[in-house]
Design a protein around this ligand. Structure first.
Ligand SMILES: [Zn+2]
Length: 474
């Protein structure tokens, strides 16, 4: 119900830029005004609740250390934190004023070890003291920042009200970044979405990076024509060449917390062409085609994103057909050698050391097998893309975490004959690795001495080519 409501709201925002949304329908329970000083030293917050609240909490264990003062604004009495809660008087409070030492909080945030220029990242987990939300309740937050400081958060922007956002219920996969300071912010349109892009640090060619982000989102649009989240936040954090490995995007992740953020750590010294050839961003963006899958079934979300990163880069023309299958083959083999004595569910649940390749590639093998089975049975009428498009229409963005089986059951509702749960039952709790080689043989993906060769006379060769072909070119 609530999800329907939020989705309707999101779509409404997109349909009309000048629309003034009837906010009363959204059951705004609490109003926050947040003031940020231009030196980024201090944040002061006024919170007004529509009825007395008996609990006010924060997510970070250390948030109490940054809280300078908190006052019940009705009585003027001081409120003290105990662990992650404020100690409130009997009967609760109707309003709260508090201030936070932003600099102190920023020192504890590892993301600030990057050269962020005149900006800091302080997750709401460290400063957002708030009541829990229930039902269709939302919190409206208005920022007042002293120029040149500005704010970037993943929350829903309220149309026509600058620097004002709505916070609705959401999964909490990690701590969302809230960015304060003087940074580059760009909104960029792709089919189905307005990308809200925050560029931190100094960049010689910010426009070229924005174009790359847009191209990456459009890679995902090669699945079913539109982006799965209408208002994703994308945060680019420079790490320079000192970073891990040789990739221009050494690390990326999706954070579902008050909205969906794609956080990309980039080596800003690399030429822009290198970014287009790198898979990390396409992998991260692909995650948004699924809701947040809880960590005990992590292999499902990592697997689908891993399958799609290869397929989509081929559809986009970045990979040749041969290269895409070579990468899938090499990945499957890494996965097959990783934790062979465990099932995917076990590796995910125990967070087994050395199990990363199993997590990523067992799920990717299942995604491939589901895709091939759907296409084969239906003569190409049904594909994994189609099932995911229906999922986007019914359920994304989702305001909660899902289990793996719940997702697979839902996907089976969208296809003529179940494909997903049978694969789940067969492989999720089975040690070893899904038998992808039978699928490869039928597709005409032969491996000779570790190198993939494609056989165009194979039984399912046309189906294989369709997987790596852009829908527009089919
Ligand atoms: Zn991933």
């Amino acid at each position: 119900m609530r999800n329907e409501f939020v989705k309707k709201f999101l779509r409404t925002i997109l349909i009309s830029a000048c629309l003034s949304f009837p906010l009363a329908r959204l059951a705004i329970a609490h109003e926050y005004t947040v003031h940020i000083d231009k030196e980024l030293d201090r944040m002061t917050v006024e919170a007004r609740f529509d009825s007395p609240v008996s609990r006010i909490h924060v997510r970070s264990q250390s948030a109490g250390d940054y809280l300078e003062s908190a006052v019940d604004c009705d009585t003027g009495s001081r409120l003290r934190p105990r662990q992650r809660e404020l100690r409130l008087p009997a009967g609760g409070v109707r309003c709260l004023d508090y201030s936070v030492d932003l600099r102190d909080a920023a020192r504890d945030e590892r993301r600030n070890s990057s050269p962020l220029g005149d900006s800091i990242i302080v997750s709401p987990a460290a400063w957002f003291w708030r009541p829990r939300l229930s039902g269709d309740e939302v919190i409206r937050i208005r920022f007042e920042s002293e120029s040149p400081a500005r704010v970037s958060v993943p929350w829903l922007p309220v149309d026509g009200e600058p620097d004002t956002y709505l916070l609705t219920a959401s999964p909490q996969s990690a701590r969302a970044p809230a960015v304060f300071g003087d940074f580059e912010y760009v909104e960029s349109e792709v089919p189905g979405a307005t990308l809200r892009i925050t560029l931190l640090g100094d960049h010689a060619e910010p426009r070229a990076l924005v174009d790359w982000i847009k191209a990456t989102a459009n890679n995902v649009n090669l699945a079913y024509g539109h982006f799965p989240n209408p208002l994703p936040s994308v945060v680019l954090i420079p790490v320079g060449s000192r970073s891990w490995g040789d990739s221009p995007v050494p690390f990326g992740r999706v954070i579902r917390d008050g909205g969906e953020t794609i956080e990309l750590f980039i080596d800003e010294s690399r030429p822009i062409d290198d970014f287009y050839d790198d898979w990390t961003a396409t992998h991260e963006f692909s995650h948004l085609m699924l809701p947040y899958i809880r960590s005990r079934h992590r292999w499902v979300s990592e697997g689908f994103a891993t399958y799609y990163q290869n397929v989509l880069l081929a559809r986009a023309g970045q990979y040749s057909e041969q290269r895409a299958w070579q990468k899938l083959y090499e990945g499957f083999e890494r996965g097959r050698r990783s934790m062979p004595s465990q099932s995917p569910n076990e590796t995910a649940a125990y967070r087994s050391r050395g199990g990363t390749m199993k997590i990523y590639w067992s799920g990717a093998a299942l995604a491939l097998m589901a895709d091939v089975e759907l296409r084969r049975r239906s003569g190409g009428r049904e594909t994994l893309d189609d099932a995911l498009e229906q999922l986007a229409r019914c359920c994304l963005p989702s305001d909660r975490g899902w289990s793996g089986p719940e997702l697979f059951r839902k996907l089976d509702e969208f296809v003529e004959h179940p494909v997903f749960m049978p694969l789940y039952r067969r492989y999720a709790d089975t040690s070893g690795f899904p038998n992808y080689r039978v699928t490869f043989a039928r597709l005409g993906v032969e491996v000779v001495g570790g190198t993939v060769r494609l056989d165009d006379d194979a039984e399912l060769a046309a189906l294989r080519r369709a997987i790596t072909t852009s829908p527009a070119a089919r």
